[in-house]
Design a protein around this ligand. Sequence first.
Ligand SMILES: C[S@@+](CC[C@H](N)C(=O)[O-])C[C@H]1O[C@@H](n2cnc3c(N)ncnc32)[C@H](O)[C@@H]1O
Length: 280
Amino acid sequence: MEANRAQAEYWRSPAGLAWIEHEHALDTAMAGMLETVLDAAEIAPGDRVLDIGCGTGASTIAAAARVPRGSVLGIDISAPLLDRAERRCRAAGIGNAAFLLADAQSHAFAQGGADRLVSRLGTSFFADPVAAFRNLALGLRPGGRMAFSCWAAVAENPWFRIPGEAARARLGPVAVGDPDAPGPTAFADAGRVAGLMAAAGLREICAEPVAIVLTPPGGAVGAARAASRVGPAARIMKARQGSAADAATIETAVRYAFAPFAEAGEIRVPALVNLFTCRI
Ligand SMILES: C[S@@+](CC[C@H](N)C(=O)[O-])C[C@H]1O[C@@H](n2cnc3c(N)ncnc32)[C@H](O)[C@@H]1O
């Protein structure tokens, strides 16, 4: 895990573990995104599926339901997130899913051992995306298919933009880093990523923005809580070592800013993700 040590550390730090604490809210909010990815993967009932950066396992469980005669291997670099995924899977009585603690960029996959690769938001954290894509391709059989989603530009995603603005308003501006550096929005430039996929030898590459709606539970309060405890606000809080009072102030600002997204008592946040598909 040497190449992605910083990510491994992040995803087992309290900021990464917020994905466990807010699992229900995040999975509910991003349920539509997961369906989009699984549909794009064109999974058949007997397929063997790799789920990259599976986190707490919602995608592994959903993929397992689509392959009653096949199997799913969820891979993640964070042991605590993977433990949670395993426990969830056991509790749901899923018998055709397994989990592996590994850096997907460098793990020696069983060559050609899978038919499909899926990922919801788990592929934009690689230090060397071309090496990672090349390595992931080794795990798929010839003709196998990949489908993964990543966030498009922050400006197009109020779920990211609003908490980021609220955190900067409270804690001050933060240095703007390399937009392509590993992180949640590193694959916002779909054309750039398509180029990286081509450089890795992937074929039939399709990279397109897809408009979705995020449907967090718990009204504006629930939405603001989830959106400000992971993502840019959480990253700024971590960098600035923000206090509980800072977190509360940020969350309140996000709650007010999310109010226009209320529809019939629910919060529906428009979002744009990049959907990438290809064949090996
Ligand atoms: C934004 S979370 C998404 C989690 C999950 N796919 C979901 O949608 O709920 C990104 C996940 O990618 C994992 N990850 C980051 N870099 C990785 C790597 N090099 N190999 C495997 N997993 C990685 C993190 O540990 C984290 O669980």
